[in-house]
Design a protein around this ligand. Sequence first.
Ligand code: HEC
Length: 213
Amino acid sequence: MNPASDPQEEALKPHVYDGIREYDKRLPNWWLWTFYGAMIFSFGYWLHYHRSIPLPSDEERLQSQLNQLAIKAGAEGRAALTDAQLWEMSRDPAIVAAGRETFTTTCVSCHGAKLEGGIGAKLSDTEWVHGGLPTQVAGTVSKGVLAKGMPGWGPVLGARKVGEVVAYVMSHHNEGEPVTLVPSAQPMPPGAAAPAVVAEPAAPAAPAAPPSP
Ligand code: HEC
C-alpha cells in the first residue's frame, strides 16, 4: 500500500481520494510561463494603476502626439491645425480640460469665467468680430487684436496651448452653427461705432468695455 515501495508508482502522491490517485508531475512549461508572465504583468499593472507611479498617462501621450503634430505642421509651414482637427479637439475632454486651465489663468480676466465677456468680447455666443471658424478663432488668439487691447498669445502660450484654449472656447459651440459677423464693440473714435447686428433678440451684443485708460 505504501506508494514508495513500488518503483512504478514513485511519481504518485501519497493521498487517495475516493480511490483517485494523483501523479506528482511537473506543471507544463507553457502553463508556468503564462503564470509567471501574469505575475510580472500584474506587478506592473498594480504599480501603474494603483500606486500612481508616473508612467506616461493616456493624456500625456495624447499631448505629446499633439505636440508632434503641431511641430510637424509648423515644419510644413501650414497653419498648425485645421478646423476639423480643432472641432475634434473641442470634443476631447482631456484637451478641453487643459484648455480650460489656460483660459482660467490667461483669459478669464478679460473674457469672464463663463466666456460672457467683459473687457474682452463674449465668446459663448454666435457673434464674432474676427470670424467664428476654429481656425479663425485660433488666428485671433495667436495674433491678438492689438488695437483693441487683445494681446497676441501665440508667442506667449505656444501652438499647443493655443490649440487647447481654442478647443475649450469651441467646446461652447457646435460645428455648423450659424456665425454672425458683428463690428467690434470695443472703444472706437466717438461717432465711428456702428451699431452691432444682433441676430437673436435674446442675445445682447458684446457688453461695452470701459473706455481705455
Ligand atoms: C487684456 C484683455 C484680454 C485678454 C487677457 C484676452 N483677451 Fe481676447 N479679446 C480682448 C478684447 C478687448 C477683444 C475684442 C477685440 C475686438 O473687438 O476686435 C478680444 C477678442 C477675442 C476674440 C475674438 C472674438 C470675436 O468676436 O471675434 C477671441 C477669440 C479671444 N479674444 C480669445 C481670447 C483668449 C483665448 C484669451 C486667452 C488666451 C484672451 N482672448 C485673452 C481682450 C483680451
